[in-house]
Write a protein of this length. Structure first.
Ligand code: 3H9
Length: 704
């Protein structure tokens, strides 16, 4: 493809139409920047052209700079210069917007002299979510368009706004009636020509006054909400300082900040996360495999998980039949789903009448399995017991139509054994949703030995339809996420047995950037869950395995976590988020003494090293066993299901940046005390010795 073909220039009468066509999202690659510069120059030289309309082909206006170019040597022309040239055009330019106008795309629009959008257009400067700030004038032009407060809000949050809000803020001049952006741009251009309007440049518009008090308040707020991230505060400073300078100097300040942020590990981690999420959906073995139809789904089991799945499916426009054991339970589940949908309405995620409409038209809760004969896909979400689940699958096998996908939401059990309860194991797959399923975006797609490729493709299609990030996992106890969690939880439990308090562990883990530590998570989920898992595994437990006796002791004394007001923490009116339990020290001291353990102190760094090493080591095993196909898939699971700080990219990315030799050395040190738990993954040992990275495994380079 020649460069010219990304940006076309065509004149009709006095109007020049500049169109960018760089699928899928019209990202500003070097070729597009070059093409745009040439089109702007041509506009100036075209004696017949009096005004231009800048629009994009395909599903969206420019969605930003080309992220895949970041981290590589920059290629001219640079985006700030392209925007400056556009703005300097002696003839007015109308940006005609549709789709998602993001980052450099919005900065191009701000460089244009007029902006018109079709309904449904969304706009934003999401650079902070990539560890950056707007680097093509966004920090200097947006405040001149919408005022200081709105600009700080949009730039430091990275959030998107709709066209109506953009109009109210003054970010666009007009919200068009029709859906064709080019036609909307043309109508605006004709109006401007008739009125004799010339170029109108934001760089020549006076900057809004900067109120130091307001900036200080923003700084306090962001220090809390953007914990661990550097970009939002740097963006705030760049806006506040830059607006006090002449425009060109403000631009210089922005450029320096952008280039500085480009060098940070946070930027690399956040961009890794962006591509990792998209890569997770790419399955080479499914190329050309068409998914099965999914319009109607069944959910078996109306507990919290079943309700969440049903609510998420309804929101995605699917028809849902929920089966409970009797009418009372079915009604209760329906009530729960209504509550979830109403909550989404309150949070502005659903239109006001959507909840009623969905429940009336696309939902039924029943107490018989027979209506499942009509559905395309069933998700079982009953009690976590192999016997119970196999019983459900025998029923599904009898009732469901041939070709229906039969999915289990098990979080630990062997999907092969569940599939074996049916005469159609090719149709069986694991769909492990995370609670609350109507909120959490992660979906582990557990592919059993005999699952058919088009069933896997259907699962990915369902994930996409439901707005979830689907990650493929092989069958093993706990799949990717819970298996990783068990490893780092165990490392934490060992530290508590050996002298750390659960509060020290939680504090050190929160300092890493997790929203909660493992004992806070345990209290929230209910300590009986881990207890049940330990009971289940007890008969096959290796004699060398250390048991977290303290955790069993809490459950046996009725302390199940938040739901009983007491677990590791005490929850009451004074401390709804939990406060340390003064009896914990004595409980732990007694247990250590019974076990003959001489307690020792753990520094925060030591806690963090052990916690992370356990996580990385298990991740390497998961990769080595091909339970996960790529290191980045493991990162996506931990980012979306387990609160791993996004600006660290996920445990596998983090490990690569730390150096695998360092982590391997840590593990060797810990193994000197406990050789059973701290067995190094062969893959990790091999990579550490050979200087490879876990990311290499994503490309299959190191798979032996
Ligand atoms: C920036 O602009 C910096 C400037 O301020 C200053 C510069 C000096 N680049 O998400 P999807 C790919 S920072 C390259 O599945 P959707 C994506 O990888 C940038 N590629 O679709 C995927 O590829 P594949 C600020 C990109 O409909 C395909 O497009 N902008 C880019 O669910 C489809 O993507 C952003 O941060 C890109 N900018 O969502 C916007 N964007 O098919 C980031 C997408 O091979 N993008 N791709 O996997 C998004 O938020 C979403 O992609 C979007 C579409 C909402 C646009």
């Amino acid at each position: 493809m020649t460069e010219q073909s990304f940006v076309s220039y065509r004149r009709e009468g006095a109007i020049a139409f500049i169109e960018i066509d760089n699928p899928p999202v019209n990202a500003l690659s070097a070729a597009v920047r070059q093409g745009l510069s040439e089109a702007v120059a041509r506009l100036a030289d075209d004696p017949e052209a009096r005004i231009a309309v800048l629009s994009c082909a395909g599903r969206t206006f420019i969605a930003g700079a080309d992220i895949s170019e970041f981290g590589k040597p920059p290629v001219p022309p640079f985006l700030p210069d392209v925007v400056a040239a556009l703005e300097a055009s002696p003839k007015p330019v109308v940006a005609a917007l549709h789709g998602t106008v993001l980052g450099g795309g919005l900065e191009i629009a701000l460089g244009a002299h007029y902006r018109v959008a079709v309904p449904g257009t969304r706009m934003g400067l999401p650079e902070v979510s990539l560890g950056l700030l707007p680097g093509a004038g966004g920090t200097q032009r947006l405040p001149r368009a919408v005022g200081l407060d709105a600009a700080i809000d949009l730039i430091t949050s990275g959030r998107q706004i709709g066209a109506a809000t953009a109009l109210e803020l003054g970010l666009i001049d007009r919200l068009a009636d029709g859906t064709d952006p080019r036609a909307a741009g043309e109508a605006e251009a004709r109006r401007l020509l008739a009125e004799g309007c010339g170029p109108r440049r934001l760089s020549e518009t006076p900057a809004p006054a900067v109120d130091p008090q307001a900036v200080a308040e923003w700084r306090t707020r962001l220090s809390r909400s953007a914990r661990g991230q550097v970009a939002p505060l740097r963006a705030l400073d760049t806006i506040a300082t830059g607006l006090g300078l002449p425009f060109a100097e403000g631009m210089g300040l922005e450029r320096r900040a952008f280039l500085d942020l480009m060098q940070t590990p946070e930027r690399a981690a956040l961009i890794h996360a962006f591509f990792a999420e998209r890569r997770a959906a790419q399955q080479d073995d499914l190329a050309g495999v068409a998914p099965r139809t999914i319009g109607r789904i069944g959910v078996v089991g109306g507990g919290t998980m079943g309700q969440g799945i049903a609510a998420a499916a309804l929101t995605a426009g699917l028809d849902v039949t929920l089966v409970e054991r009797d009418d009372t339970a079915a009604d209760k589940a329906a009530g729960g789903i209504r509550g979830m949908l109403d909550g989404a309405v309150k949070r502005g995620k659903l239109a006001a009448d959507a909840s009623e409409r969905m429940l009336a038209q696309a939902f039924r809760a029943v107490s018989s399995h027979d209506p499942l004969a009509e559905v395309d896909l069933v998700i079982e979400a009953v009690f976590e017991s192999l016997d119970v689940k196999q019983q459900v699958f025998r029923t599904l096998d009898r009732v469901c139509r041939p070709g229906a996908v039969l999915a289990t939401n098990t979080s630990y059990l062997d999907v092969n054994l569940i599939a074996a309860a049916t005469a159609r194991p090719r149709d069986v797959i694991g769909l492990h949703f995370f609670s609350p399923a109507n909120v959490m975006r992660l979906l582990e797609i557990v592919v059993a030995d005999r699952t058919a490729p088009d069933v896997v493709a259907t699962a990915f299609a369902l994930a996409r339809k439901m707005g979830k990030v689907g990650v493929r996992s092989g069958v093993c106890d706990g799949f990717i996420g819970n298996r990783m969690m068990l490893a780092y939880r165990t490392a934490a439990d060992h530290m508590v047995l050996d002298g750390a308090s659960p509060y020290e562990v939680d504090k050190a883990v929160v300092a890493l950037g997790f929203p909660m530590g493992p004992y806070q998570v345990g209290d929230l989920a209910g300590l009986d869950i881990g207890y049940a898992t330990r009971q289940r595994k007890a008969p096959t437990r290796d004699a060398r395995e250390r048991v977290p006796v303290f955790a069993d002791r809490l459950v046996e004394s009725g302390r199940l976590g938040r739901k009983t007001g007491r677990g590791y923490y005490i929850y009451d009116q004074d401390s709804p988020q939990g406060r340390p339990d003064p009896e914990m020290d004595d409980l732990l001291a007694g247990i250590r003494s019974d076990l003959g353990i001489a307690p020792r102190r753990f520094s925060a760094e030591e806690i963090q090293s052990r916690y992370m090493a356990a996580m990385v080591n298990e991740g390497a095993r998961i990769l080595d066993e091909s339970i996960a196909a790529r290191a980045s898939d493991i990162d996506v699971v931990l980012l979306h299901g387990y609160g791993f700080p996004r600006w660290k990219g996920g445990p596998m990315h983090w490990a690569d940046t730390q150096g695998l030799d360092r982590i391997a050395a840590d593990i060797a040190r810990f193994a000197a005390e406990d050789p059973y738990f701290w067995q190094i993954s062969p893959l990790l040992a091999r990579l550490a010795a050979g200087g490879g990275t876990l990311a290499d495994i994503s490309t299959g380079k190191d798979r032996e």
